[in-house]
Ligand binder design. Sequence first.
Ligand SMILES: Nc1ncnc2c1ncn2[C@@H]1O[C@H](COP(=O)(O)OP(=O)(O)OP(=O)(O)O)[C@@H](O)[C@H]1O
Ligand SMILES: [Mg+2]
Length: 309
Amino acid sequence: MTLAIEARGLRRAFGDVVAVDDVDLEVPEGEVLGLVGPDAAGKTTLIRLLTGVLERDAGTVALFGHDLDAERDPTRLLLGYMSQAFGLYEDLTVIENIRFFAAIRRVTARDRRVREQRLLGFTRLEAFTRRKAGDLSGGMKQKLGLICTLVHEPRVLFLDEPTNGVDPVSRREFWDILGELRGRVTVVVATPYMDEAERCDRVALMAGGRILALDAPDALRAEVHDPVWEVETDRPFLAAEVLGLALPGAEITLFGDLLHVVGPLEERVVSDVLAAAGQSARTARIPPTMEDAYVRLAQPATARPGEDP
Ligand SMILES: Nc1ncnc2c1ncn2[C@@H]1O[C@H](COP(=O)(O)OP(=O)(O)OP(=O)(O)O)[C@@H](O)[C@H]1O
Ligand SMILES: [Mg+2]
């Protein structure tokens, strides 16, 4: 097995904040690895350390066996990085942006012509090549960002919340495009969306600068051993409060209008508590979702006993 990424003991602090705290990571060639975690978990900082755009306090990174420090130029060409605030030139057209990014990555005109046709084709942006990037929809901008990141044919692709703020249909299209690349490019993608995490080969759950768990989505879900009760009520916020007070041992999380109650509980307990508070509710046992796995696995990090705050 070839390792696309091998990182050891990565650490980076900003003042008192340890943004990435002693992280080891191995990503085999061809894998799509998701990074999931709350705001400030350290996802962006980890990506920036892995791409070498941010200096490390400690640790080593190798891409396909090439050390990021010792072999700066080859590793730079191996990787593509679409940052959280990826900068397209809004006053340039789609095709001009692609040509600009190809030029700074020293792609020959011949290679660039072949690749831009293919990339425009599978992102379905062919009809928009003369449009200014600033006039594209959010989803189209993200696809153009992806083309610009792929035009030098990186072997490792780092994507930092590439579909943030993009409508659900465009999000799915973006992931279909990643699906087309599957196997040919190794991908590390930070995402706030659990449905996107589900599409990854493995997912690293991050909090407080650490990787709390790293496994396939199925395996992470299997970590939730207690039953998951999905509760639908007219007043979900109130219901969450009532259940929280009555069932201190259970995890109660609000997902949109639905509540998930996770704990060693019988269904009747949940509906009885709500009925006693004068609330009618529909309760059903569901298989654990990635969100449930995340809530379950993130617990030790937020309440690590015996550790200074
Ligand atoms: N350049 C910086 N200067 C100071 N602090 C920083 C800097 N970059 C990151 N941090 C801090 O490091 C921690 C991790 O931030 P990071 O951006 O890596 O989190 P994230 O998981 O990407 O969050 P988000 O989901 O909001 O993008 C945060 O506490 C953040 O405030
Ligand atoms: Mg981030």
